[in-house]
Design a protein around this ligand. Structure first.
Ligand code: BMP
Length: 218
């Protein structure tokens, strides 16, 4: 377990596959979203699944029926998990979880986003979303590495029942070891890896920082 997820937001298929091949040993999953999938097609999910489990970050946020249709496509394409927004409410989330469980796959729910604006409207509802995700039987939450204190708070609410994956490390200012210390299970890292001169070296360094934190060396 490397406690790291690669956010592969490049828009070129060859580049995406090259980076996945370079860094797979340092990551436990690859997160793909609109940039890569709109550019290259849904087929990229199966290609990347050769290297690591794929999390489809579509931030699903619609009525239950539309959520069901979206999740069906995502899991049919070979994704191991989908990311849904929580603010659309319990029935919309239930729809995602219903389809995921048919495929024996997982749903992560966004509670509060990592960018500065994520504190404007999402932070006040984040704790309620975390509770809802717990009650609904989601697999995990997406919580901000840019605000380790918030991750700590969310961890207190959900206990050990949900996994926390945390974006915002590096390019957005968060530090991997800080958010792991605050209770995140995995950090999500994009630009700091895929824009690095050597993505492999960058991934290795962050992985080492996390392992040192877990050994209590920080
Ligand atoms: P980067 O490490 O380059 O900042 O990438 C972070 C990734 O996590 C991006 O794919 C972004 O869309 C996603 N993300 C985020 O940054 N904050 C959130 O709150 C939720 C996200 O999914």
């Amino acid at each position: 377990n490397t406690c790291m997820i690669l956010a592969l937001d490049v828009t070129d298929r060859e580049e995406a596959l090259k980076i996945a091949e370079d860094v797979w040993e340092f990551v436990d999953a690859i997160k793909v979203g609109y940039p890569l999938i709109l550019a290259t097609g849904l087929g990229i999910i199966r290609e990347l699944a050769e290297f690591a489990p794929v999390i489809a970050d579509f931030k699903v946020a619609d009525i239950p029926n539309t959520n069901r249709l979206i999740c069906d496509q995502v899991f049919e394409a070979g994704a191991d998990a989908v990311i849904a927004q929580g603010f659309t409410g319990r029935d919309s989330l239930d729809a995602c979880i219903e389809i995921a469980s048919e495929y024996r796959k997982d749903v992560f729910v966004v509670s509060e986003m990592s960018h500065p604006g994520g504190a404007d409207f999402m932070q006040p509802v984040a704790e309620a979303i975390a509770k809802m995700a717990l009650e609904a039987g989601a697999f995990g939450l997406v919580a901000p590495a840019t605000r380790p204190k918030r991750v700590k708070k969310i961890r207190r609410i959900i206990g050990d029942k949900l996994t926390i994956i945390s974006p915002g490390v590096g390019a957005q200012g968060g530090k991997a070891s800080d958010v792991i210390a605050a209770g995140a299970d995995w950090v999500i890292v994009g630009r700091s890896i895929y824009k690095a001169e050597s993505p492999k070296e960058a991934a290795r360094q962050i992985a080492e920082e996390i392992q040192a934190e877990l050994r209590g060396e920080y």
